[in-house]
Every structure is written in C-alpha cells, then in structure tokens.
Design a protein around this ligand. Sequence first.
Ligand code: VG1
Ligand code: CO
Length: 543
Amino acid sequence: MTVLTIATTPYADQKPGTSGLRKKVPVFQQPNYAANFIQSIFDSLDGFAGTTLVIGGDGRFFNREVIQIAIRMGIANGFGRIIVGRGGILSTPAASCVIRAYGAFGGIVLSASHNPGGPTEDFGIKYNISNGGPAPEKITDAIFAISRTITRYLTIEAPDVDLDKDGETRIGGSVVQIIDPVADYAALMEQLFDFDAIRTLIGSGFRVAFDAMSAVTGPYATEILERRLGCPAGTVRNGTPLPDFGGHHPDPNLVHAKELYDLMMGADAPDFGAASDGDGDRNLIIGKGIFVTPSDSLAMLAANAHLAPGYKAGLKGIARSMPTSGAADRVAEALGVPLYETPTGWKFFGNLLDAGMATICGEESAGTGSDHVREKDGLWAVLLWLNILAARRESVMAIAQDHWSRFGRNYYARHDYEGVDSAAADAMMAELRGKLGTLPGTAFGTLTVATSDDFAYLDPVDGSTSNQQGIRILFEGGSRIVFRLSGTGTSGATIRVYIERYEPVGGDLAQATPDAIADLVGTVEAIAGIARHTGRTEPDVIT
Ligand code: VG1
Ligand code: CO
C-alpha cells in the first residue's frame, strides 16, 4: 500500500460551529474540501497510530462519498482499524456508543443533524473523541487553525469499500470493519431500561406513534420499538432513512413534526408520540393531548429516572445548557444534587459526565441524554419516558400535571428568526452587549430588568473558559429572555430568542404558553430592536 501525499490549498471557512462543520453540499463538493477538513482533524490529534477510528453518518446526500474519502484517509494517516456502520449509517448516539464499546481513539460523524439534506442542502462533519463525545473547543480551535494553512493531505489508492456487507477487509496494514449499526446501541438500551415492563405496557394496549422523519432513527426505532418491545408494525412512521429526508426538515419540533402533533391532539390519539431528528440525537415528546417542552421533559425525566434500572441508584447531578429553562434546577434542588449550567452544545457536558459530576443532561432544543454515551440521545429519551410510563401507569398528561403541582411550571418558548442578514444580526447583538451595563433597573411595561450579562462558562473540570455564550436579561420575579446567534445554520444568521416565566406552586399552572409569556414577548423589540436591525417583525419558527 502506497500512501499518497496530495497537494492542496486551504479554505478559509472551515470553522466548526456548535456541532461540527456544517455547509451546503456544493461547498463540500469543492475540490478537496472534505479531505482538507478531515486531514485537519487528524493533524490536530496525536498518538493514534494503530488505533481504531469509527466512521458513520446519518445517511444524508453525500454521506457515502465522504465515508469512502474518510476511510482511505484514515488508513493513510495510520489508524489500525476503521469501524464503519453498515450502509455508512450510524446515528450520532450510536456512533458515541460504538466509540466507547470498541475503545476507539475517536470517530468521524457525518451529519448536519436537523438541517435539511439533498444536493443543494446541508452536510456536516464532526469529530468525536475517545469518550464518545464531541471534541472540546481546544480541539475544534486547533482543527480550524490547521485548516487555514493546510498544504497536503494523505490518502491511499484503493477501490471503494463495500459498505453494505458486514465483515472485515484488510487494506495495507489496516482493517476496515463493517458492523451492524444498531446492535451495540440496542444492547445498551436493554441494559438501561426495563424492557419487560415496557413490553407489558405495550401488550396492555398502550399505543405509541414514533416519527423517524425519514432520517437515521428509522432502523433503530424499528428494531427496538417494534421487534424488541412488541409495538405493532407501523408504529414507526417514515422509518426508512432517505438521502433528502423526503424533502422535509428532519427537525422534531411543532412546525416540522406537525403531522405527529395533529395526530396526538386528535380524537383517537395514541397514548404516546415521539419523533427524532436527522442524526437521531434529538427527541420530541407528545402525550395524548399534551406537548411536553424539551425543558420540561428534561426535568420530568430527571425526577423519575430512578424508576428505570439504569438509574435506580439516583443521579449524581443534572446539567443543562444556559438557555434551557430552570425546570430541571428545581428537581436538582429537591433531589439534593448539583445543577450545572453550560453553554449551548453537547460538547460542554462531556467533562461533567466523565468526572461523574452529572448523570442526566439536556438542552431546550430537544436534546436529552445521560452518562450512558457522550451525545444527546433521542431514542434513549423515548425509552426512558416509556419506562417511566410503564412503572407509573399514568398518562403523560397526569405525570406532567403532577410534576408542575410539585415544582411549579416554567412557561417557555423559543423564537427563531432564520436566514437573517449576518451583519444585521451581529450589529443587533453588539448593540445589546453595549447596553448590558445600563439595562438593570429599566422598566418595560410591568417588567423591570434585575440583571443582565453575557453568559460566560468556567468549566469546573478543566478550568477552560468560554465567553459570549448568550445575552441574558433577567427580570425581577425570575422571568428571563436570552438572545444568541445560532452556530449550526448554513445560510445567513439565525437569531434565537429564549423566553421563560416561572409560575410557582399554587399559581395558574394551566395557562396556554403564549398567554403566559405574552408580557415578555412584548418587550423583545424594545430590548433588542430585531425589526429595527433586520426588518423582521415576526419569528419564523416558534418552538
Ligand atoms: C442548536 C441547538 C443546540 C444543539 C445544536 C446541535 O445549536 O440550539 O442546543 O446542541 O443545535 O444539535 P445552535 O447553535 O444552532 O443554537 V444537533 O441535533 O443539530 O447536532
Ligand atoms: Co441532531
């Protein structure tokens, strides 16, 4: 086997965002674009000669091509074993599981998650470290720095590997191993949850609807829900992964999973509805007649996790991203465990999980997970819900109402302004930042600003700091509005506005969310001037 050194020139735009490098497919199709980034990943790492690299993706358009590139480059760069999910498929949580299960050095995960797929849509590449989690900022910064000066990449001359046949192929001194993408993950789920109890629940006529959104979770959900837990065929909808997700956004929110939402609100609704995103790490939970916000779901899962075998010893701590509502904080307090508030993105949870400081983590963007892997995990959340429902034998609605009556309710919504002119969005954030010192004490209608800041995180494990992670406006009485720019979009900027109001026990816990937060929504323009800066008067997506 001859290692080829191919001359290349750098691209200036390979800065990883919240979760890896995401660009439109035509950007990735430029000469050497993917190879440059993959070589920059390898060049940022040390000591991997002879070790194992995991490669897999969410099956979107361009997945197979980049997998072949990554296999050749992985061998040329000296990995001893390359493990690839059959068909090039590994959901993000399954990739994390496989990296851990096989003791791999790391993994390359090909996904743009909830972003649409297809020839003119999105693609992404992410590097995960040996704990199975997304590379921390120290590594992503190094990858970016290398990508700006790269002059060559390493590959080998070899035919494409047959991705559809399980087994091992020797290429030079390395082995390429194609594995079942579902088996290791499904086995892990069986360890964590009481499958017998869930099977009994299903057998009693409990009805489940799971929308895989034509994305990667289809094969995982079909194996686990239908084959192992006995849900009838057809429980998993849109269960075949398609390169363009059937032309939809594989984003499990109330806009893009509206069909499921309508089903769950209808007369003959199933008992439990759920959906997952493009790469399988997000979850949407809808009970019969009730949508559970991701922030509430995190809190409810944490409060009931001890009902599942994997968590019966209790939680060591709970971690949530800063924009996620404070609902989980009250559960942590009641359980007497610490609550950690991190910047947006799963990479910030890894250290806490590795150090045994947190057991369950979550984000308002429909991501929940635990220390079983180092990624958020859509099906895991679904199975924990099912385990809790099997143990409590109450409806989702009853569990939610009981939760609010014990902890109070955090009314919560996120307003997204998508595809906004980047310069205008930057100007808006800069202006807000400039006002932070003078906002406290200012009244907006009935609301008065108590404090305001730009969230900064000091990692309690490795002492690293991350600044400018979102602007927080906290009002007297505990309500808050958070402003930040998305780090996963691929066209223009996306402004995210997170709005939260806490209603204590004894208050009106049965309001419609838009009514409960109307005052706060009414202050957004006066505080941030979104319309003034961007011309947008309404958000594009409310979740
Ligand atoms: C978004 C979410 C964030 C999540 C990230 C990756 O990031 O807000 O909570 O971790 O997507 O999720 P941003 O920077 O666009 O707000 V996934 O499922 O797209 O990998
Ligand atoms: Co995702």
